[in-house]
Design a protein around this ligand. Structure first.
Ligand SMILES: [Zn+2]
Length: 176
């Protein structure tokens, strides 16, 4: 290969050659590989390694030269808002975490301490388990929630908190 007159343009020519190498590896296929697309994307583009922050501009292999983390080109949404989803999930998950602790305490009170525990406490533990199961279902099918409009997501989040507050109020009214 003939050397270019300027060292800077030579360096660029070398980078171009590297990228071309990644592209050519895939020359026979109609679709470029993920690695090729990664090379294309990072060609002459400043991007920080998501792990170590090193500039992976003109990357020639599918890993960071600094931290050796494997890298992949992915698609993500532009500014996906998880706020209302997390807010809707929080009270359900909270009740789900409290439920087994509450049930263990109820069993301890009745079996070990020989106390009489009234039915609302058992019912509350049951509702807590149901909330926990609902939170897991919500987490697994989050795309169904996120597909809703933002005002509806907000109403669902508020309904979730309202339901938890109502549960506490009913439990308090039945036991005190
Ligand atoms: Zn890195």
């Amino acid at each position: 290969m003939e050397l270019p007159a300027q060292p800077v343009s030579f360096a660029i020519a070398m980078i171009d050659a590297d990228v071309r190498c990644m592209i050519m590896r895939n020359a026979d296929d109609a679709r470029p590989t993920d690695e090729t697309l990664l090379g294309w994307f990072l060609h002459e583009r400043d991007v920080a390694c998501p792990r170590c922050g090193y500039n992976i501009r003109n990357l020639t292999h599918a890993f960071c030269p600094e931290c050796r983390e494997e890298l992949a080109l992915t698609v993500r949404t532009r500014g996906l808002r998880l706020g209302w989803f997390l807010l809707a999930l929080a009270p359900l998950a909270y009740a789900g975490i409290i439920a087994p602790i509450m049930l263990a305490d109820l069993i301890y009170e009745t079996r070990v301490l020989d106390r009489i525990v009234t039915w609302p406490w058992w019912a509350a533990a049951g509702v807590g388990f149901a909330c926990g199961a609902t939170s897991l279902a919500l987490l697994r099918r989050r795309e169904h929630f996120l597909r809703r409009t933002v005002p509806l997501q907000r109403r669902l989040a508020m309904a979730s908190w309202f339901a938890l507050a109502l549960l506490f109020a009913v439990l308090l009214a039945l036991t005190v």
